[in-house]
Design a protein around this ligand. Structure first.
Ligand SMILES: *[C@@H]1O[C@H](CO)[C@@H](O)[C@H](O)[C@H]1NC(C)=O
Ligand SMILES: *[C@@H]1O[C@H](CO)[C@@H](O)[C@H](O)[C@H]1NC(C)=O
Length: 311
């Protein structure tokens, strides 16, 4: 059985920390330190799923309303679009371009109670520390760039560019060595090319190598899009990140599940105001409180973003 040795454990934690603080939330940081194991038990109530791209109108407000909901249930995995191999989250045309972004954490919450962010054993002490750690980030703007690109299939997030921007800027230093796309059944290069797409079109899955012996693979578990009107758009992506050491160490990978919920509003052609909620969920096999949480989010981090188009 692999147990993390002190130094390696610190290393993993430190790489993981920068990643978590970045793309998601410091609340799950301590839980993550304790070697969460990969376990998907998606289920529960579905609001809007990428599996039903054409059934949006009946559920018009449901993604946007997730930004303000007191309780959220993890969306189930979407599989229906995997047949074409070009599945992705596609955005409105007005998001295409490169943007100077200010992203600010405005609110954090533990909707089921503090103990649910207390790691595998639901430790209140760990929970308290995690919560205080994240409170320190409140109202501190982080500057980064985000890019959305035109493809034959729609406007997609440039995940290579955006992932690096998020990880480096939230860490406050350069931590990323490389970011690549990885092929999965639902989204892969050969399908994109076969259907007339390009070598550079974004795929769903990313593989990050850190400046150190650690790597992170992030899978899109499900997504949904909601056009509200000509200048407002909501979307969600549920994501699974697996962090692992890339040296000889046999420590088991660290897995976290989260959901990003977006609301974009075009103010004028060069300005977008956006909101982002990052919701964290527990894993079945690692968290003793998993069943008590009933697939509900245990932490919210709510951000506001101002996006100015780069020339
Ligand atoms: C790419 O996607 C197609 C369609 O889903 C699938 O048949 C194929 O196996 C995928 N290829 C890879 C390398 O995942
Ligand atoms: C959780 O509880 C188990 C059993 O009491 C204990 O062996 C383990 O060390 C605890 N883990 C943490 C991180 O506190």
């Amino acid at each position: 059985m692999s147990r993390l040795k002190g130094t390696t454990r610190k290393l993993l934690v430190s790489f993981f920390l920068s990643a978590v603080i970045t793309s998601s939330n410091a609340l799950s940081l301590h839980a993550a330190k304790l070697n969460r194991r990969n376990a998907l038990a998606a289920g529960g109530s579905l609001l809007v799923s990428g599996a039903m791209p054409h059934s949006v109108s009946a559920k018009q407000q449901s993604i946007a309303s997730r930004l303000d909901a007191d309780i959220l249930t993890m969306p189930p995995s979407s599989r229906a679009n995997e047949l074409n191999g070009i599945d992705n989250t596609y955005y409105p045309q007005w998001l295409a371009g490169t943007w100077d972004v200010t992203q600010t954490l405005k609110n954090t919450n533990t909707p089921l109670g503090l103990k649910f962010i207390g790691g595998p054993n639901g430790s209140l002490k760990i929970a308290q520390e995690s919560f205080e750690e994240q409170q320190k980030q409140l109202n501190i703007p982080v500057h980064l760039q985000l890019r959305f690109v035109n493809t034959k299939f729609g406007v997609a997030e440039d995940r290579l560019f955006n992932t690096r921007q998020r990880l480096d800027n939230f860490a406050g230093r350069s931590v990323v060595s490389s970011v690549e796309y990885a092929n999965v059944g639902g989204s892969n290069r050969s399908s994109v090319l076969a259907l007339g797409g390009s070598e550079n079109d974004p795929l769903q899955t990313t593989f990050v190598r850190y400046k150190g012996p650690a790597a992170q693979k992030t899978f899109l578990l499900s997504h949904g899009e909601e056009k509200i009107d000509s200048t407002s758009f909501a979307a969600y992506e549920s994501l699974r990140s697996i962090f692992a050491l890339t040296n000889q160490n046999t420590a088991p990978p660290v897995t976290t599940d989260s959901e990003n919920i977006w609301y974009f509003e075009l103010v004028n052609e060069d300005t977008i105001k956006a909101r982002l909620r990052i919701a964290s969920y527990l894993n079945a096999q690692s968290d003793s409180l998993y069943f008590e949480a009933k697939n509900k989010a245990v932490a919210f981090a709510d951000y506001v973003l101002t996006m100015k188009k780069c020339i």
